[in-house]
Design a protein around this ligand. Structure first.
Ligand code: ATP
Length: 268
């Protein structure tokens, strides 16, 4: 399958004042094909966000390279749309304007941008909410606006960093279903960071496991051959899901325990 984004032997180190550089991620090799949904899971501090930031071009690898369709990425990754845990809505703009701005900054005339923003608000289930300001929306509704804001630009790659992290469990499931619905219509390559293994399995085609940092490595790469379309709450009840969960958790648990050990030693 054709590659959308590829990390080749990527190391990422941070300068630390008065100490030797801190190598968060070491030797990461990851190839995400066009149309593939890959989840990245690992204990806290294992470098999930760091890897995503390298894919976004926000961080430059200290060794190795990031490639887009075979070309080395330099500077910002302009073919990617980025959805963070905290949404980036502008409080002084309505939901409609928050979505339309994504097109307006690329030169789309305002009338057209507003018309397309309205279509996207319908797609994310917010018909009739266009005139509301972010503070008049629930957390889940704001997340829908943020999703429309990213998807309206039609990015080739979606980079998502715990996008549903702050939401309650029920809303997370609903947002997972919405994401899969939209993704099915027009498959993008997705890198989806989460610490929630159930969420990772229920959404993705592959689950990649990072070891505890520093020097975190990719230590597992599991295909998820569950049928699509999926219902993210129903799929968890199937024996296939449970077998996958057991196998992957076996590997992840060890790292999670190590992460706690490492942190408690550090604290002591
Ligand atoms: N700018 C920075 N300077 C120094 N160290 C950093 C910097 N950014 C991240 N780190 C370190 O790199 C490691 C990986 O951080 P990262 O945020 O990628 O982890 P994560 O897996 O996304 O964690 P979490 O699940 O807790 O969000 C951590 O040990 C963190 O302290």
């Amino acid at each position: 399958m054709e590659s959308a984004i590829q990390l080749k032997s990527v190391d990422i180190s941070f300068a630390v004042h008065g100490a030797k550089p801190f190598r968060a991620v070491a030797g990461a090799d990851l190839n995400v094909a066009k149309g593939e949904f890959v989840a990245i899971v690992g204990p806290t501090g294992s470098g999930k966000s760091t890897l995503l930031n390298a894919a976004a071009g926000l961080l430059k690898p200290s060794a190795g390279r990031v490639e887009l369709g075979g070309q080395e990425l330099s500077g910002l990754n302009r073919s990617a749309g980025y959805l963070f845990q905290a949404d980036a809505l502008m409080p002084w703009k309505t939901a409609r304007d928050n979505v339309a701005i994504s097109l307006e900054i690329n030169g789309v005339p305002r009338r057209e941008a507003l018309a397309r923003a309205d279509e996207w608000l319908v797609k994310v289930g917010l018909r009739g909410f266009g005139d509301r300001y972010p503070h008049m929306l629930s957390g889940g509704q704001r997340k829908r606006v943020a999703m429309a804001q990213v998807l309206i630009r039609d990015p080739e790659i979606l980079l998502m960093d715990e996008p549903f992290g702050p939401l309650d469990a029920q809303t997370r499931l609903i947002m997972g279903d919405l994401l899969l619905d939209l993704w099915q219509q027009d498959r993008k390559a997705v890198m989806f960071v989460t610490h929630d293994l159930e969420e990772a399995i229920s959404l993705s085609d592959r689950v990649v496991i990072l070891s505890t940092g520093p020097d975190a490595r990719i230590i597992g790469d599991f295909p998820i051959p569950l049928e699509r379309p999926r219902d993210v709450s129903e799929i968890k009840l199937t024996p296939e899901f449970q077998t996958l969960h057991r196998d992957i958790w076996h590997l992840l648990k060890e790292q999670v325990l190590k992460a706690y050990g490492y942190n408690s030693e550090k604290r002591a």
